[in-house]
Design a protein around this ligand. Structure first.
Ligand code: TGC
Ligand code: FAD
Length: 398
């Protein structure tokens, strides 16, 4: 028997909403969510499988990200959309409903590159970079991780020295840098006299090289690079003047991790929607597999975890909007939502049987992507330790 199964595009703009969370959202928030869902459905999904297979990011759509206000979406002024934090989160959720790599692009540009310029930059730096970045004309990347310093970035080797005639010389290597080969500007975190500082480094500066990391089996529709800085000389105006110490990069991570909390719900929802539609359609032993208790158990588990994550994250967003959120609260949600999304993706893959390993369905792609999301922006275990320290007052990192 030949089965015609619904594709995610046919499932179309809808959201998993078992507890009527829609009623808790403002009209503007619903509008943002629905617009981004439509953009992803119409413009991202038709080609994302090909990009994933070929290991490319859909650069042709960057201008549309800008037009929709998705770059630096929750920042105010300088051409940014100035969305509330919940509206911004919903936008990240919908982008990751499409693909984690697509959400990563927006996270890195907005939370990791535009945010530090907005929060710690001079007025001149803000005027020079932010409007073009909001339009998607200037792309940024964020260089914190190094080959030997991942979970413990404060050990970084990358160094900046002040030049006698003015400006700075930078040396070091950053690894696993999203958007590295797309970027016009790199935010490089380096030690100046032993203290971490942020530098805005144009990627065409002599001595700066970006090498694309190929052969990934995860986050394939996203560009990941190694950045090599060999005697890179920049002016005094490259230094972000408003912060020194690890608070600088860690504040950016808080912004990006917040977006990931929402994004993971999007990826999980895509997997659940696909598994539910497939299970209702797929007949084995003369009945749709959705009619078997074991399959229902999986579907109900997925829905329960998505529903819990939605409420947890909405509350997190309202705390953020009120200026009351603490970094450890973001860690708890990143840790929970990504782990649950990964489990949901694996379950959905299972419900689809052999079809679960095909590019025709999004679940295998989400499952592989979520392995990266589990690790980047602080591994699952690092977030356990952050929350553990917050509740006990005892650091268990070393
Ligand atoms: P620690 O001594 O704990 O703190 C240093 C200073 O920073 C402040 N702080 C934070 N501020 C804002 N947000 C946070 N999340 C903060 N965490 C700490 C803290 O209050 C202190 O301030 P001050 O003023 O007293 O100096 O810092 P530590 O160096 O011991 O760090 C501890 C640890 C392990 C938690 C931290 O290093 C960590 O989070 N490690 C994980 C590394 C990580 O997440 N890397 C991510 C790289 S970027 C990335 O993956 C991008 S993926 C692309 C995408 O998003 O799509
Ligand atoms: P490690 O730190 O070596 O960790 C390995 C294992 O050891 C993990 O399970 C970890 O939890 C565990 N571990 C480490 N320390 C402890 C401890 N104290 N106690 C218990 N367990 C511990 N970085 C950037 O700066 N910018 C980017 O744009 C960026 N994009 C990325 C894109 C991709 C696709 C990927 C995969 C990574 C990206 N990263 C980026 C890097 C990412 O943030 C790091 O991979 C992450 O922080 C973990 O570092 P690591 O890979 O070196 O793992």
């Amino acid at each position: 028997m030949v089965c015609v199964r619904p594709s995610v595009r046919e499932i179309g703009p809808m959201t998993v909403d078992y507890y009527g969370i829609d009623e808790e959202l403002s009209e503007e928030e619903r509008l943002v969510r629905d617009n981004v869902r439509r953009f992803v459905s119409d413009r991202i999904l038709p080609d994302i499988g090909r990009h994933y297979q070929q290991g490319t990011f859909p650069v042709e759509l960057i201008g549309e990200f800008g037009e929709l206000g998705l770059l630096g979406a929750n920042l105010k002024g300088y051409g940014c959309a100035g969305m509330g934090d919940v509206a911004y989160g919903l936008a990240m959720q919908e982008l990751e409903w499409g693909d984690s790599g697509v959400r990563s692009f927006a996270s890195v540009q907005g939370a990791l590159c535009m945010y530090p310029i907005h929060a710690f930059g001079s007025e001149e730096q803000k005027e020079r970079y932010l409007p073009g970045m909001a339009r998607g004309e200037i792309i940024g990347c964020f260089g914190l991780t190094e080959p030997d310093f991942g979970s413990n970035p404060s050990g970084m080797i990358t160094v900046a020295e002040r030049l006698s005639g003015g400006g700075f010389r930078l040396n070091g290597t950053k690894r696993w840098i999203t958007n590295g080969n797309l970027a016009h500007i790199a935010i490089v975190w380096a030690k100046l006299n032993g203290k971490v500082h942020g530098f805005l480094v144009p990627t065409d500066t002599p001595g700066f090289t970006a090498r694309k990391i190929d052969d990934k089996f995860s986050l394939r529709a996203s560009v990941t690079s190694e950045l090599i800085l060999e005697d890179v000389e920049v002016g005094d105006d490259a230094l972000l003047p408003g912060v020194s110490g690890m608070r600088g990069p860690l504040s950016c991570l808080s912004q990006a991790r917040y977006g990931i909390c929402w994004g993971a719900i999007g990826a999980a929802s895509s997997c659940y929607e696909t598994a539910l539609a497939y299970a209702k359609d797929r007949v084995q032993f003369r009945r749709p597999i959705a009619g078997y208790q074991l399959v229902q158990n999986k579907l109900v588990h997925m829905l329960s975890e998505i529903t819990k994550a939605q409420w947890l994250t909405l509350r997190l967003g309202r705390l953020k909007e009120a200026g009351k959120v603490r970094p450890a609260q973001i860690s708890l949600a990143k840790r929970n939502n990504v782990a649950q999304a990964l489990e949901i993706a694996r379950m959905a893959r299972d419900v689809l049987g052999a079809n679960g390993i095909m590019y025709e369905y999004p679940v295998g792609r989400h499952m592989m992507n979520l392995e990266t999301v589990y690790t980047y922006e602080g591994t699952h275990d690092i977030h356990t330790l952050i929350v553990g320290q917050d509740i006990t007052g005892l650091a268990a990192f070393e």
